[in-house]
Design a binder for this molecule. Structure first.
Ligand code: HEC
Length: 182
């Protein structure tokens, strides 16, 4: 019993994604609130303090639930990177944004595979999803407030074709090929 037919074995290989050129081609990850809950326990990298266009002022950090992949590779489906602007010690005052590697051909004309998020921190310090999708800042100043098109908002900076080579990651310390312990 429990012997796998060749077809079932093939299906497992496809689901597991081993061996293919793009291991995540068939996988999809829909991030839920619980997936962000522990982000403050993930490795934290200081990514900048110099003013960034369309961003609130303050020291910026990134938290990642995976180390950077090897140069030339993309982050795997299921990766979450959280970008914070930490204006004070109180997380409720922070601006919190995130990208999750959703896969499945999502955001095909921008930061391929990545879904964008705007998060808020509850009084208990729990991150909650305030907006998600291709342009979660619609109606907010961050990322531009203009017409919602594929290339408005987060994709304006993260979704350029030139960014394909770095999996649309803009922090040098988190790009594919960067050391995981900067
Ligand atoms: C004006 C350009 C710009 C826009 C628009 C923008 N970002 Fe970024 N983002 C950056 C830069 C530059 C970094 C690199 C880190 C830093 O300097 O703070 C970054 C870093 C990040 C990171 C950490 C991973 C990385 O790429 O380094 C996440 C997550 C992120 N941004 C999410 C978002 C989301 C979500 C939106 C839309 C709501 C957005 N960004 C819009 C410029 C932008």
């Amino acid at each position: 019993m429990r012997k796998r037919t060749p077809a079932a074995a093939l299906a497992l290989v496809l689901i597991g994604g081993c061996g293919g050129a793009d291991p995540d081609a068939t996988a999809t990850f829909i991030a839920l609130t619980a997936d962000f809950r522990a982000f403050q326990s993930w490795p934290r990298t200081a990514v900048g303090t110099v003013a960034l266009p369309e961003h609130p002022a303050g020291p910026r950090f990134a938290y990642a639930n995976r180390p950077p992949p090897a140069a030339g590779m993309g982050y795997p489906v299921g990766t979450i990177l959280v970008h914070t602007i930490e204006t004070s010690a109180d997380p409720q005052s922070w601006d919190v944004f995130a990208m999750a590697k959703r896969g499945g051909g999502y955001n095909a004309n921008g930061a391929v595979g990545w879904e964008f998020f705007r998060l808020g921190m509850s009084a208990d310090g729990v991150p909650v999803i305030l907006g998600r999708g291709l342009n979660p800042s619609e109606g907010h100043s961050y990322g531009g407030g203009g017409a919602t098109t594929q290339m408005a908002g987060c994709n304006t900076c993260h979704g350029t074709a030139v960014g394909d080579a770095s999996d649309h990651i803009l922090s040098p310390l988190l790009r594919p090929g960067a050391s995981s312990s900067p």
